[in-house]
Write a new protein. Structure first.
Length: 316
C-alpha cells in the first residue's frame, strides 16, 4: 500500500497529491485501492503520521508533500526510522524554510527529502515524477500562482477558493474529488462550477464580516497590526485586510472554523514569529495556534492581544 499525505489548505498541497496520483495511474504500478490519500496541516501532522506508521504493518511508500515543519514534528522522527527499517520508502517534497540541521536530520531518516524554497511543492513533485507531462506542468503552474501570489490565472484562484471552502475532515470527500479531477487534467469539469456557485455567496458574506470585525492594534515602535476573523481561511482574511489597511505593518487572520491563525507581513519574519507558538511557514506568511483566542463571542482575549504585541516587537 502507498500513502500520500499532503497539506490540506491550498492548491499547492492538493496539486502535489494530484500529480502523485497521476503518476501512479499513468505508470499503472498499482491496483485500485492500493493508494490512500490523507490531508493534514501543521496542527495535526504528528497525529496523522502516527495513525499511518504506528501500526504493525507499515505502507510500502509514504509520500509527504507541502507540510512545512515545526518543532513538534520531531516527535515522529523515531517512527520514520522504524518504518524505514520495516521496508517503508519515505519521500518528502517541500518548499518551506527549515533549519539546515533539521534538514540534515530528516535526510538521514528517510529515503528522499527535497526542499527548495524557490519552487512550490507541486513544482518539485512534478520535476521528480512527471517532468514532461503537460497536465502535471499546468497543475504546478497553478500551484505556484496561488502559493507565490502572482495571481496570473483566475482558474487557479477559483480552485484555491474551492479548496478553502472544503477545509476540515468533514469535507475530505470533496478534496478527494479535487485531487482526482486535477490528476485527470479536467480543470473545466462542471463540478468546479457547481462548487463556485455554492461558495461565492459564502465568500462575500464572510469577507464582509472579516472587514466589519477588523481591529487595529497599534504596536509602539512598529506600527499597526490588523486582526480579524471569519469562517474563511486566515490567508484570505489577511489579503482582504491588506487591501483596506494599506499602511499597516502586519495582518492576522483567524479562521474560526478551526481556530487556525495566519500572520502576513513584509516587515517581520513571520516564520520566526509563528515558531513562538509552535507554528511555522514562510518569512512573509506563517500559521500558528493559540488558546483561548476569544474571551467571549467575537471579543478577543486580552492575553492573546498582548502576546501578539510582545512577539511582534521581538521580530521588529
Amino acid at each position: 500500500m502507498i500513502v500520500s499525505l499532503t497539506h490540506e489548505h491550498d492548491l499547492d498541497g492538493l496539486g502535489s497529491q494530484a500529480i502523485i496520483q497521476r503518476y501512479f495511474t499513468l505508470k499503472a504500478e498499482i491496483q485500485s485501492g492500493e493508494i490512500n490519500y490523507f490531508f493534514a496541516d501543521y496542527t495535526d501532522f504528528v497525529e496523522k503520521i502516527k495513525s499511518i506508521l504506528k501500526k504493525e504493518s507499515v505502507p510500502s511508500q509514504l509520500i509527504i508533500s507541502d507540510m512545512g515543519f515545526n518543532d513538534s514534528f520531531k516527535e515522529v522522527f523515531p517512527l520514520f526510522g522504524e518504518a524505514k527499517s520495516k521496508g517503508c520508502t519515505i519521500c518528502w517534497f517541500d518548499h518551506h524554510i527549515v533549519d539546515p540541521s533539521i534538514k540534515g536530520e530528516i535526510k538521514n531518516l528517510i529515503s528522499i527529502y527535497i526542499n527548495d524554497p524557490k519552487r512550490c511543492a507541486a513544482e518539485i513533485v512534478k520535476e521528480h515524477y512527471l517532468r514532461d507531462d503537460q497536465v502535471a506542468s499546468k497543475i504546478a503552474d497553478f500551484a505556484r500562482d496561488t502559493d507565490f501570489r502572482t495571481d496570473q490565472h483566475k482558474q487557479a484562484s477559483d480552485i484555491q477558493s474551492i479548496i478553502g471552502f472544503n477545509r476540515g475532515a468533514q469535507n475530505d470527500q470533496n478534496k478527494h474529488e479535487i485531487v482526482r479531477l486535477l490528476s485527470l487534467g479536467d480543470f473545466d469539469n462542471p463540478w468546479f462550477t457547481e462548487q463556485l456557485s455554492i461558495l461565492n455567496k459564502w465568500l462575500e458574506e464572510e469577507s464582509a464580516s472579516s472587514l466589519n470585525r477588523s481591529i487595529v492594534l497599534p504596536v509602539e515602535f512598529f506600527g499597526d497590526v490588523i486582526v480579524s476573523w471569519a469562517k474563511i481561511g486566515g490567508g484570505r482574511i489577511t489579503r482582504i485586510l491588506k487591501q483596506k489597511y494599506t499602511n499597516a505593518k502586519a495582518f492576522i487572520g483567524i479562521d474560526t472554523r478551526n481556530n487556525d491563525i495566519i500572520i502576513y507581513s513584509d516587515f517581520i519574519n513571520c516564520r520566526e514569529f509563528a515558531r513562538n507558538f509552535d507554528g511555522g511557514g514562510h518569512n512573509e506568511r506563517a500559521g500558528f495556534k493559540y488558546s483561548p483566542i476569544f474571551k467571549r463571542t467575537n471579543i478577543l482575549n486580552d492575553a492573546f492581544i498582548e502576546t501578539i504585541k510582545e512577539n511582534i516587537l521581538k521580530q521588529a
